[in-house]
Design a protein around this ligand. Structure first.
Ligand code: NDP
Length: 251
């Protein structure tokens, strides 16, 4: 029970990495507030998580809605000890240099970078001292994967923001770190893993650039988030941990 009596906020807690983390946190004794845009998947997640979870509709690109959800969560469960700013959308090759559309580029930045910043800002008044903030980054902040300019820029911005936030919040004992996944088996990959054949081909492609030769699982990331959320990482500040099967380390 590494999170006994702790309260956590997880944006994008109704799917993939966020949902796996919410389940692990509840199993470790935390109360969890999850947010997302999709009412149905939020309701299903709340049912699965049980009475120690509250699911709220809040789009991270809508700062007022995010602030309202955080306030509502704090009123129900008390101030937060953990924030996992996880909500994000895929670049999905939407921003190649020659043909990117401004609205796609801006939507990715607004969700994956601006949304993260204002989630943390909105949570600040409802955060206990000595709490832990984890931001979700990506290997694409480091690897030059074609078509992902906006996504990679947003995630590199997340790393920069984490270090600055860590400096700003250290006086309150608040830690800010990044978990940076490689390719993880979640709905974010859409059609690429929708059928067993597609998934096999995708895994082969991913394996070529990942020394461990496979897709990661949401739990691989959730367990690293648990480490960063808990006192086990009490002296880890402003860092980024890659959970990528070795992708960033490979030549
Ligand atoms: P999923 O698509 O399974 O989850 C994305 C989550 O973000 C959903 O819960 C979604 O909920 C939420 N979300 C998206 N946009 C918004 C928004 N505007 N406001 C609120 N919630 C939003 O994908 P993953 O679990 O894979 O992604 C989680 C994070 O992990 C993302 O930041 C992603 O960039 C990062 N990541 C994932 C990798 C992977 O290979 N899976 C690799 C590297 C990083 P809803 O649809 O209800 O809005």
């Amino acid at each position: 029970m590494r999170l006994k009596d702790k309260t956590a906020l997880i944006t994008g807690g109704n799917s993939g990495i966020g949902l796996a983390t919410a389940k692990l946190f509840v199993a470790e004794g935390a109360k969890v507030v999850i947010t997302g845009r999709n009412k149905e998947t939020l309701a299903a997640a709340a049912k699965e998580l049980g009475p120690n979870a509250l699911a709220l509709v809040a789009d991270v690109t809508d700062i007022a809605a995010t602030e309202a959800a955080i306030r509502q969560g704090a009123e129900k469960f008390g101030k937060f000890d953990i924030v996992f700013a996880n909500a994000g959308i895929p670049g999905a090759g939407g921003t190649p240099l020659g043909s990117a559309k401004l609205e796609v580029f801006e939507k990715v930045i607004r969700t994956n970078l601006t949304g993260v910043f204002f989630t943390v800002q909105s949570a600040l008044p409802y955060l206990n001292d000595n709490s832990s903030i984890i931001l979700n980054g990506s290997v694409i902040s480091v690897l030059g994967i074609p078509g992902y300019s906006a996504y990679g820029a947003a995630k590199a911005g997340v790393r920069a923001m984490a270090r600055i936030m860590a400096s700003e919040l250290s006086p309150r004992g608040i830690r800010v770190n990044v978990v940076a996944p490689g390719a993880i088996r979640t709905p974010i990959w859409g059609a690429a893993i929708a059928t067993p054949e597609a998934e096999k081909a995708f895994e082969k492609r991913i394996g070529l650039m990942t020394p461990l030769g496979r897709l990661g699982e949401p739990d691989h990331v959730a367990k690293t988030v648990l480490f960063l959320a808990s006192d086990d990482s009490a002296h880890v500040q402003g860092q980024e941990i890659f959970v990528d099967g070795g992708a960033v380390a490979s030549p």
